[in-house]
Design a binder for this molecule. Structure first.
Ligand SMILES: Nc1ncnc2c1ncn2[C@@H]1O[C@H](COP(=O)(O)OP(=O)(O)OP(=O)(O)O)[C@@H](O)[C@H]1O
Ligand SMILES: [Mg+2]
Length: 365
């Protein structure tokens, strides 16, 4: 599916905008503050019910309004079928969602008509940020393709919080055991799935990085679980995790928190064998972040049949023109490509219909 039509009503800086979007996508340029990111945010909202920059619903409502409404039509590639979807909300947090002009009451009924992935300068935190940034990336991505992962992750976090609460307060050994068993059971699912997905991403990641860098550099990624286990059996991982928790118990009691588990995992990212977080340049970090997201999209293609909507919000600003020109051809035929750039920085996106924002309106050039 691709987004063929969009209407923004009191959404961010757009009071009333109706836009037809080409199947292939578009390059959208405009000066700083003209509404490029806002427009992509409308697209992301229609696909995920969220903002790609983590904004609250209230922040999405136009300053002079008390509600906003976003409508879109998702169309199937190459044939006539299409699904209109809409979402609206007010400052009292009342949400109204429709599919095919019929009201739906839950997000699960509403979601899933379009899939979007967003790339932006904030993705640099995937490389330069703390381990939690990389874990969040993995968790959001894996949860989208595997619902059992999401439920295990939620259950794991619940037992972890309960154990931490006990550690921070008064210890009750018998109760600790109960939480630890639950942590090991749910945590093993998380470890195991992260390991499987990272293993699938690793060669794809290296290949994307090679292609964007013109094969001048080699990059690698490696999942770093906080326990050691070489087995291919989830049961063995559960046992290894339980042993790890047991070994760390006295240390954890002193520290007042749990030091072992999926909440301490990381991904190691290297460029030419050197830790990217400490040594890579901004352009190299951008190349890593792009390769990470693109490899996640490719891996997720095994789990879903629908094509992706790619949102590139000024995502290549640190890349030189040679690297920039290699990025977009890698995504051709993989879905609709919506790329934004400030007016004077649009190299490397040849082949996409060019639109510009002029006084709040989107015009085709
Ligand atoms: N809720 C809102 N209501 C009205 N206007 C808003 C709202 N939120 C943000 N804006 C305004 O929208 C304008 C455009 O923001 P946007 O982030 O889309 O710009 P941009 O074109 O992406 O700029 P840049 O090139 O700097 O990234 C900003 O000037 C901001 O003040
Ligand atoms: Mg912007």
């Amino acid at each position: 599916m691709f987004l063929s039509k969009m209407h923004l009503d009191n959404f961010r800086s757009y009071k009333d905008l109706t836009l037809d979007l080409p199947e292939k996508g578009m390059l959208l340029t405009g000066p700083n503050g003209s509404g490029k990111t806002n427009l992509l945010e409308g697209v992301f909202l229609l696909c995920t019910a969220r903002s790609q920059r983590g904004a609250s619903r209230n922040e999405l409502i136009g300053f002079s309004s008390d509600y906003c409404y976003v409508e879109g039509v998702f169309s199937a590639l190459g044939n006539e079928s299409s699904v209109p979807v809409s979402i609206g909300f007010n400052r009292e947090q009342r949400v109204s969602m429709k599919v095919n002009a019929k009201q739906v009451s839950s997000f699960s009924q509403w979601l899933g008509h379009g899939m979007a992935v967003s790339f932006g300068p904030e993705d640099l935190t995937l490389v330069q940020g703390v381990p939690k940034d990389r874990r969040n990336f993995l968790d959001i991505f894996i949860s989208q393709i595997d619902t059992t992962y999401l439920s295990s992750l939620i259950s794991y976090r619940k037992s972890l919080a309960q154990r931490n609460n006990l550690l921070a307060n008064k210890i009750n050994d018998a109760q600790l055991d109960v939480y630890e068993e639950a942590m090991a059971r749910h945590g093993a699912v998380v470890f195991f799935k992260r390991r499987e997905i990272c293993a699938a991403m690793t060669p794809v990641f290296a290949s994307f990085y090679g292609e964007i860098s013109g094969n001048l550099e080699r990059a690698s990624m490696e999942y770093k679980p906080s326990i050691r286990c070489a087995s291919d059996s989830q049961k063995d991982w559960e046992q290894a995790f339980l042993n790890g928790i047991g070994n760390a118990k006295s240390k954890d009691i002193l520290a007042g928190y749990s030091s072992v588990g999926p909440h301490r995992d990381d991904i190691t990212l290297l460029v030419d064998e050197k830790e990217a977080r400490s040594f890579a340049s901004l352009g190299q970090c951008t190349t890593i972040a792009l390769s990470l997201r693109m490899s996640s999209v490719l891996v997720s293609e095994q789990y879903r049949k629908d094509s992706m909507i790619f949102l590139f919000d000024d995502a290549v600003s640190y890349l030189d023109s040679a690297r920039t020109s290699r990025v977009f051809p890698l995504l051709e035929h993989r879905g609709q490509l919506l790329v934004t750039a400030p007016s004077d920085r649009q190299q490397g996106v040849a082949g996409l219909p060019h639109y510009a924002i002029r006084e709040g309106a989107v015009v085709s050039l």
